[in-house]
Design a protein around this ligand. Structure first.
Ligand SMILES: Cc1cc2nc3c(=O)[nH]c(=O)nc-3n(C[C@H](O)[C@H](O)[C@H](O)COP(=O)(O)OP(=O)(O)OC[C@H]3O[C@@H](n4cnc5c(N)ncnc54)[C@H](O)[C@@H]3O)c2cc1C
Length: 348
């Protein structure tokens, strides 16, 4: 028997969609991703991008405070035992994700720990093929596979993730370690300019490291950066190494000159990557309409519909603009309601 609705992905969008469809009695099945070395290296293990971070200060409902008893009480004992100790300072990304997963499971959501690697959306019921070979049929599908931030791929960058290396200024810029401190932003496009502008509210100084001698950003964004007295452009340069130590985390960045000139060291307590994101859409390429940047295209304004009727998309996989946990969860809710109403119209 085909499932009513299958949700692919396990970030805030996927779990919000699961909670809503479960409470609508649709008995959702979630493919949360596989636990593989490839997914670990790619940053796409189950529970999504928030699972890769420490404090989450901007998800509504979790002010600073000690959540220990609440976590103990809310999350299944076996799962709780696997979690890192609570820091007693508001909610962490992994805690928030475990809470969302638990809430979906409490309403009888079934969860499969595997990746969907292939889909057939040409006829209904749709067919979804998991990496272990199983085929699942579904009347409706919600794609919530998220995206991943692009990193430079340096071992030193990896070593200081969450200790000064970040890929999200809106998420991390206000944290104490970055306030009134010198910071590095890597990139030269619109998002890099946006990150630098945003960080300039908090930082003491910003070095914007760019490989070329001109910004790739739109004129208005570039002008804003060039006029900001706190921002220094470090042209024709690429990050060679992130400098730091165990106690302080990031203390600086060494850059090399891309046209053969001398490199330099920049003292900084943080390095923000702004070199783009890659949506997790390989498995739907050629099956759903994608944007030029390979995000799933929402085909109806203010709805989560895709180019295939009965397939909906939610979260960062279809949103290269807001990219926040709360917006992903919001669109997960929208996709669940869209799927529920569409299924009802089909007589399910
Ligand atoms: C380091 C970091 C810190 C951040 N901090 C914050 C913050 O403080 N506040 C905030 O609001 N936002 C923050 N964000 C952004 C936020 O994490 C994302 O906007 C949000 O997680 C997007 O949710 P999503 O549900 O769309 O998908 P994701 O969180 O991207 O999760 C999708 C998951 O689906 C699974 N998946 C992927 N492909 C498949 C497949 N083929 N089959 C099955 N499963 C699959 C994977 O496990 C993948 O990780 C941060 C991001 C990063 C990288």
């Amino acid at each position: 028997m085909a499932e009513n609705v299958v949700i692919i992905g396990s970030g805030p969008a996927g779990w919000a969609a699961a909670i809503y469809t479960a409470r609508a009695n649709l008995k959702p099945l979630v493919f949360e991703g596989a636990v593989t070395e490839e997914n670990r290296v790619g940053g796409t293990l189950p529970l999504g991008q928030l699972n890769l971070t420490t404090e989450v200060e901007n998800y509504p409902g979790f002010p600073h405070g000690n959540l220990e008893a609440y976590l103990d009480h809310s999350i299944d004992k076996a799962q709780r035992a696997l979690m890192a100790p609570h820091q007693k300072a508001g909610v962490s990304g992994p805690e928030l994700m475990e809470l969302m997963r638990q809430q979906a499971k409490n309403f009888s959501t079934r969860v499969v720990t595997d990746d969907i690697v292939e889909v057939d959306f040409t006829k209904r019921p749709f067919k979804l093929i998991a990496s272990e070979g199983g085929v699942t049929e579904a009347q409706a599908v919600i794609v919530a596979t998220g995206a991943r931030a692009n990193y430079l791929g340096l071992p030193s960058e990896d070593a200081y993730k969450n200790r000064g290396v970040s890929a999200c200024a809106v998420c991390d810029g206000a944290l104490p370690r970055f306030r009134n401190q010198p910071l590095v932003v890597v990139g030269g496009g619109d998002s890099a300019c946006e990150e630098a502008n945003y960080l300039s509210k908090f930082a003491g100084r910003i070095y914007m490291v760019h490989r070329r001698d001109a910004l790739r950003a739109s004129k208005i964004m570039a002008e804003r950066v060039l006029k900001d007295p706190k921002i220094e452009l470090v042209w024709n340069s690429a990050v060679d190494e992130v400098l730091g130590n165990d106690k302080q985390g990031v203390t600086g960045v060494r850059v090399k000159n891309t046209d053969g000139g001398a490199g330099r060291e920049l003292a900084a307590t943080g390095m923000f990557l702004a070199i783009g994101h890659t949506p997790n859409t390989n498995f739907v390429e050629g099956k759903l309409e994608l944007t030029p940047k390979k995000y799933v295209r929402w085909t109806v304004p203010f709805r989560t519909c895709t180019s295939v009727e009965g397939v909906f998309a939610a979260g960062d996989v279809a949103d290269d603009y807001y990219r926040q946990a709360v917006t992903a969860a919001g669109s997960g809710c929208m996709a669940a309601l869209d799927a529920e109403r569409w299924l009802a119209a089909q007589g399910h």
